[in-house]
Ligand binder design. Structure first.
Ligand code: BT5
Length: 324
């Protein structure tokens, strides 16, 4: 979207239920009224419903189901997370754009968000299904001052933040399957992919990739996912406002990142344990170099999963797929 069109959308969103006059917009943006009218037409072509109220101006009638920054900005009360947003109608994956932005100095809390991903990715180069307009597909750039070995904790911090946001918005609390899955009724509704840009001893940026299935129906999922994936809509039976949920996720990510910086991982570990689907269960952890079967007895201060095998030995697992 052209930046003037985007600015006009922002003004319409901010004026809420009060119409805003074409002259007012023209004066503020230093453009002609005809130019304002052309941008309004563009917004209508994009699907925004705008009413011309006689002698008063323009009114944004119906909020479109879009995660456009102008819409998100009006909902967000954070200081850092989501204050700067790069928005795409479609892109291969928000992760690689976020990596470029981070390398080019993007500020802490910058978000890359897309309505659709054509090559969305999970861990180990797996695919992530990202149906257009039905989910939240975004990468958040964080710049905590921590050593690289603590970065995996952010997967757990994000898992807690998203769990809380989903619970607030839907009344349904997902459970967390270590390390990066949020499940409802045993099916995956959210995946998290934590990537890093780091020097030997310091993190430069964490790229927190978040995929939340929001309004898909079962038909929207490819066949191989139909029995293992779910969406919030499937679980609660009605559409969920993606805009409100995204703003909530921004709030919780900021809140818990602040808590982490102030008090360390401990309070977040306690929260994580309270939502865990993994602890106390007999599990199979499948790693690139083999597998371990035993009881999941806890996570360490670093976020490492501890499994106790039948011979009593305790094993620390850094990355694995867990089967219960
Ligand atoms: C993940 O990997 O769960 C991390 C997913 C991260 C996605 C976000 S979206 C925004 C950002 N941009 C990206 O390109 N990625 C991030 P993993 O634990 O490896 O799980 C991947 C597996 O989950 C796949 O092999 C499928 O079995 C399954 N899967 C794929 N798409 C899914 C979906 N939409 N919902 C539930 N499960 C899915």
């Amino acid at each position: 979207m052209n930046s003037l069109t985007s600015e006009i959308l922002k003004q319409l969103v901010n004026s809420g239920n009060e119409p805003i006059s074409g002259q007012q917009i023209a004066d503020q943006l230093k453009i002609s009224r005809t130019a304002v009218w052309k941008h309004i037409k563009q917004l209508e072509d994009d699907g925004y419903e705008i009413i011309s109220v006689k002698k008063k101006g323009y009114l944004l009638h119906k909020r479109m189901d879009s995660l456009h920054p102008a819409m998100l900005d009006s909902m967000t009360s954070t200081e850092r997370v989501g204050r700067k947003i790069h928005y795409f109608d479609s892109c291969p994956t928000t992760q690689s754009i976020a990596h470029e932005e981070a390398a080019n100095g993007a500020v802490d809390g910058t978000v890359v968000i897309s309505e659709e991903q054509t090559a969305g990715k999970g861990r180990l180069a797996r695919n992530w299904s990202s149906t257009k307009g039905k989910g939240i597909w975004m990468s958040i750039i964080l710049r905590p001052d921590i050593p690289p070995q603590l970065a995996p904790q952010f997967t757990l911090v994000a898992a807690v933040a998203i769990t809380r946001a989903i619970a607030d918005e839907t009344g349904v609390t997902p459970s967390i399957k270590w390390p990066n899955d949020l499940l409802i009724n045993g099916r995956k509704c959210t995946g998290i992919l934590t990537e890093l840009q780091a020097e030997a001893d310091r993190v430069q940026s964490i790229i927190l990739g978040i995929g939340v299935n929001v309004n898909q129906t079962t038909e929207d999922f490819p066949d191989e996912l139909k029995s293992i994936a779910t969406s919030l809509k499937i679980e609660i039976g009605n559409d969920v406002d993606r805009l409100v949920l995204t703003a909530k996720i921004f709030e919780y990510i900021e809140k818990y990142t602040d808590l982490y910086i102030e008090q360390g991982f401990r309070p977040l570990k306690i929260l994580w344990e309270s939502y865990s689907d993994t602890l106390g269960k007999r599990i199979r952890a499948s790693m690139v170099n083999g597998e371990i079967i035993g009881k999941a007895i806890g996570i360490t201060e670093e976020g490492v999963l501890q499994i106790q095998t039948d011979d009593g030995k305790i094993h620390g697992i850094y990355s694995a797929d867990i089967f219960i």
